[in-house]
Ligand binder design. Structure first.
Ligand SMILES: Cc1cc2nc3c(=O)[nH]c(=O)nc-3n(C[C@H](O)[C@H](O)[C@H](O)COP(=O)(O)O)c2cc1C
Length: 304
């Protein structure tokens, strides 16, 4: 089996998840190619693949425009098996509507969306999760992905529930539509800047340029937060969203210091439900594996 996983990741969370999928598929002897959508040089022949996957971060209950444009640019297919994988900072069911528009574009082109998965990963905007929470989220995704991969490889379908009027709600919240154009141009660099040019060199849409020593933010911002998140001096001000800025990579390894969770109450119930559901899935899979191994042992003894 051959799989092509295409993804966009602003600050690395989705990339981590997609890489884990690639790793697990490879363990099952599936050949995997990875395509970073921002590279904008798609030359793959989809006839060579049995399945394609599309991964993205949820942006205000929507898929980022770079993903929708990519889907629009894909060639028509006849029933190509397709999986959708997304990450978001909170596990609200409302995030599931992010794939509605993407699914419509793909389905119209003949792609058959058979599986859809969501993983909670730490926020890159709004507020900073603790490293402890980031560790917990990543460990959970890491443990659930092999189960989801097995489901895909066994041909079982999985779809995420969508809320009533999901299309309309997603349309209302398409922040990137105005936020990128209007707010993106209002980004500023403060005096802490050390001119490392990391932002210029890593912006996925090449939206940051330097003219006469001054930073210029164009109209192609897609609000991925990569520039401000990875700025080593937190020197980029993100316009109207400055209060929501999150700066600096998370430590996904088991942290020794347990910081106080300042936002303990925020979406508390949905985080509890998310981790409970994932843990249940993990323990069910473990029990099934143990039963299968036991059964195989019995069969071996009988044969002998
Ligand atoms: C502009 C923007 C909007 C976002 N909107 C949501 C949202 O509606 N719901 C959510 O749970 N997380 C939201 N997030 C958080 C990201 O989806 C989350 O941190 C994701 O894992 C980031 O993935 P990445 O590192 O691959 O970009 C938003 C992030 C950005 C930058």
């Amino acid at each position: 089996m051959k799989v092509l996983l295409c993804y966009f990741s602003g600050t690395g969370n989705t990339r981590k998840v997609i890489n884990r999928f690639a790793e697990v598929f490879a363990e099952h002897e599936v050949s995997v190619d990875l395509y970073k959508i921002e590279e904008n040089n798609f030359t793959y022949n989809l006839d060579d693949y049995d399945m394609i996957g599309i991964g993205y971060p949820v942006h205000a209950f929507n898929a980022p425009s770079i993903i929708l444009n990519f889907a629009k640019s894909l060639p028509e297919q006849k029933d190509k098996r397709t999986i959708i994988i997304n990450t978001s900072g909170e596990p609200l069911k409302l995030n599931n509507i992010s794939s509605i528009k993407l699914s419509k574009i793909l389905t119209k082109k003949g792609y058959n969306i058979t599986n859809e998965y969501h993983y909670c990963m730490p926020y890159n905007i709004i507020f900073r999760h603790t490293d402890n929470m980031a560790y917990k989220m990543w460990k959970t995704a890491n443990d659930v992905i092999p189960i989801d991969c097995k489901e895909i490889l066994n041909g079982k379908q999985a779809h995420l529930d969508k809320v009533f009027m999901g299309s309309f709600i997603a349309w209302l919240f398409r922040i990137e539509f105005w936020g990128g154009r209007f707010n993106g141009k209002r980004y500023k660099v403060n005096e802490n800047c050390i001119h490392c040019n990391k932002c210029v060199n890593t912006c996925p849409t090449h939206n940051i340029t330097i003219k006469d020593g001054k930073f210029h933010f164009g109209k192609n911002c897609i609000m991925c937060m990569r520039c401000s998140f990875y700025c080593p001096k937190a020197a980029i001000k993100i316009g109207l969203f400055e209060r929501w800025k999150v700066n600096g990579a998370y430590n996904f390894n088991n942290p020794n210091d347990y910081e106080d969770e300042v936002h303990k109450k925020y979406c508390q119930k949905s985080y509890i439900r998310y981790f409970e559901e994932c843990n249940q899935k993990i323990s069910q899979a473990k029990t099934m594996l143990e039963e299968t191994e036991e059964q195989e042992e019995i069969e071996d003894v009988v044969k002998a």
